[in-house]
Design a protein around this ligand. Structure first.
Ligand SMILES: NC(=O)c1ccc[n+]([C@@H]2O[C@H](COP(=O)([O-])OP(=O)(O)OC[C@H]3O[C@@H](n4cnc5c(N)ncnc54)[C@H](OP(=O)(O)O)[C@@H]3O)[C@@H](O)[C@H]2O)c1
Length: 218
């Protein structure tokens, strides 16, 4: 029988690294530690090998569609698809970061929300039947942290689609360019990005249950 495959994005350090360690100990199949930077990724693999664990490695930058496509084709050809996908990669500006809010909004939403959407668009077609997808949101991804009542209603609307959610996330980025984001969205790009991740995950769950993600193989 073909090996089962688990994939963790942004796994060269932090929570992603710990998830790979846990999967190596418990998952009955091959575990892919992926990272945007090959050197950092290989160092992480070597650290786990010192613990007697045997993760596989592949480069994967979630902001680069070419990197995602190369990885998708590699996994599809070698194993037929993915059984467990852990969407862990993300960024966060430090609280004392000096970059303007407009820059923080654009970069944070690009990596944490829009690149997660691209990752799912490119990798979902090779999810195997019965696959599991884990999107790392945060306690910062709670709707209660968004000031606007109207936005909260939109974001929890069960009819909200991914393109509509992406429009809302882009509206936040655009408002931050104008400096008008605070009243409706609050002041944290990280919060908005993780609210987006939580809303996206709810939509994906509904789509999976209704089999709308019919691009999935098998
Ligand atoms: N730490 C917390 O308290 C906490 C709480 C709730 C949720 N979370 C969420 O849990 C996840 C992991 O957090 P963490 O604290 O472990 O963060 P972290 O230590 O900063 O690690 C983030 C990982 O993501 C990678 N990454 C960033 N951009 C990437 C890209 N474009 N492509 C591929 N990988 C990329 C980083 O790679 P580089 O090393 O190359 O930068 C790093 O390996 C995130 O989604 C975070 O939002 C964290």
């Amino acid at each position: 029988m073909a090996s089962k495959v688990a994939v963790v994005t942004g796994a060269n350090k932090g929570i992603g690294f710990a998830i790979v360690r846990g999967l190596c100990k418990r998952f009955d199949g091959v575990v892919y530690l992926t990272s945007r930077n090959i050197e950092r990724g290989k160092k992480a693999v070597a650290d786990l090998e010192k613990e007697g664990l045997k993760p596989n490695y592949h480069q994967l930058d979630i902001t680069d569609n070419k990197s995602l496509e190369v990885f998708r084709d590699y996994i599809k050809n070698k194993y037929g698809g993915i059984d467990v996908l852990v969407n862990n990669a993300a960024i966060a500006f430090k609280h004392n970061a000096t970059e303007p809010a407009a820059v923080q909004a654009k970069e944070t939403l690009f990596v944490n929300y829009f690149s997660l959407v691209s990752t799912c668009d490119i990798l979902f077609p090779i999810l195997k039947n019965g696959a599991r997808v884990i999107n790392l949101s945060s306690s910062c991804g709670q709707l209660g942290l968004i000031p606007s009542k109207e936005l909260k209603e939109r974001l929890k609307d069960e009819k909200l689609t991914v393109p509509e959610l992406s429009d809302l996330m882009q509206q936040y980025v655009d408002a931050a360019q104008q400096g008008t984001q605070a009243a409706a969205w609050g002041n944290s790009s990280y919060v908005v990005s993780k609210v987006g991740v939580s809303a996206l995950t709810n939509i994906q769950q509904r789509m999976l249950e209704s089999r709308e993600l019919s691009t999935m193989n098998q």
